[in-house]
Design a protein around this ligand. Structure first.
Ligand SMILES: CC(C)(COP(=O)(O)OP(=O)(O)OC[C@H]1O[C@@H](n2cnc3c(N)ncnc32)[C@H](O)[C@@H]1OP(=O)(O)O)[C@@H](O)C(=O)NCCC(=O)NCCS
Length: 165
């Protein structure tokens, strides 16, 4: 994920977990540990994991991945509109092997319905507590806006609770 003028940009990349995590692959267990550690950091802080397709509900990633897959389709029973869910990954410097570190998650709902117009909008996102205030959310959003343009969206709606710092 590289944007001109942002020298830190090239250290993170947005990926779709359902495309890179296969249940029969040798690194499935490592992905599961990393994702559950990511989830745990939010739970310990008492934060919800906005824009994660409900990761906080899952103690194993199988069901979570299944929900992400189901939500890719229109009229799905969870949210009713197609959703694409991304993880933001950072390749650790000096770590040649192993899966990258997860810094955040972001999801885009491809269109609004009356419920999303009222609450949620097109895009929800979170950065893990230990990685906040480093500009990751700005960069994740920028990349997701490019994805939104690819979907044909000229405007997107984001919302925020009035008491969310
Ligand atoms: C909101 C959230 C995604 C921001 O992530 P982040 O990576 O820390 O954000 P960034 O470092 O990219 O900062 C984005 C901007 O917000 C400001 N900001 C971020 N956290 C802030 C805080 N706690 N207090 C004041 N300003 C803050 C930054 O200064 C920056 O402003 P700037 O662009 O004018 O410099 C993160 O705090 C989070 O995950 N919160 C819980 C989930 C949530 O609230 N999601 C949003 C609703 S869907």
């Amino acid at each position: 994920m590289i944007v001109e003028g942002d020298e830190k940009m090239d250290d993170i990349i947005l990926v779709q977990p359902v495309r890179i995590i296969q249940q029969d692959s040798s690194d499935y267990g490592e992905w599961e540990r990393e994702i559950l550690a990511y989830r745990q950091e939010f739970l310990e802080k008492g934060d919800s994991i906005n824009g994660s397709r409900g990761l906080h509900h899952y103690e194993a990633i199988e069901g979570w991945l299944e929900q992400i897959r189901d939500c890719a389709f229109d009229n799905n029973s969870y949210i009713g509109v197609p959703v694409t869910t991304f993880l933001a990954l950072r390749k650790e410097s000096g770590r040649a092997e192993g899966i990258p570190h997860i810094v955040g998650n972001i999801e885009i709902r491809h269109r609004l319905n009356p419920a999303l117009e009222e609450l949620g909008g097109h895009i929800g996102y979170s950065v893990r507590p230990s990685e906040r205030r480093k500009g990751y959310a700005v960069r994740m959003l920028r990349e997701t806006l490019a994805f939104a343009r690819g979907l044909g969206l000229e405007r997107v709606m984001l919302d925020c609770d009035a008491d969310n710092t």
